[in-house]
Design a protein around this ligand. Sequence first.
Ligand code: M6R
Length: 617
Amino acid sequence: MCGITGYIGYRDAYPIIINGLQRLEYRGYDSAGIVLYDGKDIVLSKTKGKVSDLLERTASEISTKGNLGIGHTRWATHGVPNDVNSHPHTSASGELVIVHNGIIENYDTIKKELTNRGYSFKSDTDTEVLVNLIEEVKKQYKVKLGKAVQIALNQVIGAYAIAVFDKSKPDEIVVARLGSPIAIGIGKDKKEFFVASDASPFIEYTKDAIYLEDEEMAIIKVGKDVEIRKIHDDSLVDADVQELQMNLEQIEKSGYDHFMLKEIYEQPRAITDTYRGRLLRNEGLIKMAGVEDNMKKFLNADRIIIVACGTSWHAGLVAEYIFEEFARIPVEVEYASEFRYRNPIITEKDVLIAISQSGETADTLAAVKLAKEKGAFVFGVCNVVGSSIARETHAGAYTHAGPEIGVASTKAFTTQITVLSLMALRLSRAKGTMSSSDYRLHLQELELIPEKVERALKIDEHVKEIAKEYLLSTNCLYLGRGYNFPVALEGALKLKEISYIHAEGYPAAEMKHGPIALIDDRMPVIVIATSMGHYEKVVSNIQEIKSRKGKIIAVVTEGDVQVKEIADHVIEIPETEEAFTPLLTTIPLQLLSYHIAVMRNCNVDQPRNLAKSVTVE
Ligand code: M6R
């Protein structure tokens, strides 16, 4: 959570930092701030609210000159969102300024020690404590900023990505990371450098970037190589300069009203990119290096444990059905946050698959580390290339969905299911658990999914009409069975997170065990009733809802007759193999929640209280 960005070089830092903050706003958006060095002094502006509020404020409040600066967009942890708690924070002397993403867990102890030494604090944040600790170390040990940062960080417990500079020596930015990401963009001939939580703020300026590893810090000076050191033992680290694959178009809205809508519509392309080069239908092959190189681990596994959070957890649930059906390997799906704290039984014969769009989710990352410690083989399914989980796992497969900016996950979900389907199919081949004809049929069908998603998207206007009828609902029930039970959960999550309507997902047959009591003529029930997979039983559930006057929105297969006669609304999706139906049934549910949220005037891309990547527990 929180986005940090910075610039040092020959250009005006202000527009670079403001643009960068706008691109990082998906990480947190309850307050924003910027500090610049104008050649003589620092100028600082910060405010509760969004980067647009900061823009308004800076326009009237401060000079925007200067070639050095850092900025922050916040998702509050310590201290309510208000102007004072917003970052950047200055040290007591006003010499040092800092922006921070993460949590300093022992801030209270440090604060007491600093208070005893005469420090006082303006804000309630852990970050202000950290900048003062750096200042105190700098004074006490008479060291330069980089060394002071290093000594101070060795005293803190917690997670951080920080950027700091010293107004009395305004020729460097010092950055450091533990548990929260930080990227350094290297300008041409090292005449300028960029700092950010991800590479999006500097994509138009350079393709060369260094991603700091955990426990690393860097001293960034114009004209010099970036000096990277291990925080705990001061050893020098060789910089691993990577070429960025991202382009500007991918991180802009390209004419759509919201990133979420753009990302929903990108799914045919994203799914194609996911299987490109992996699904070789003509040869009847699936090639995935991460699976191929570790085939023995998968084949000898007693079970697969999947860990994830939120939407990625739902993709894990779909994968459970697919792996067990295709490859006959037992699968357990766990919330990463529960798994890591319950002393789970993990052996060397377990394979753990961690699913994460961002690759930065703190609980999933911790579950990965735990499983590694216990000797399991750990495989990552991530979207963000070079992310912490991608680096921490033994092997993995990227989803190649492209940047997902909308806080509500859409294309991440369908591309995760695509990767996991490819893996399950590959393993079914290796284990001989699927007949050759079924295997070929599934390859062929998977290849057709992007075109079918394209067709499913054509119902958008129809879904919008349905949305108009339900925008004032206060509750919603989502039902599905088998492969589509996780889709029901995902549909409910999408609705609640962006429209703030309470929604629950249930396996359709469970309705009778409680939720049926909720049904009356004001309760919309979204039922996934595709032609395969317990169709008749789901139709019976629909009858039960109807006889209690519930409003039924049914997602059915093209050509359906039976459900059409009972449901209040039907949304048709193309036919496919049962295991791949989640890739299609999820599309109308994404669109329904999107339209309801827009009609309710909700901030679709930045729902209240949420952030795109949850890098704190
Ligand atoms: O980046 P991750 O996939 O690890 O994120 C997991 C969840 O935080 C995420 O899916 C969240 O639930 C989304 N807001 C759902 O739309």
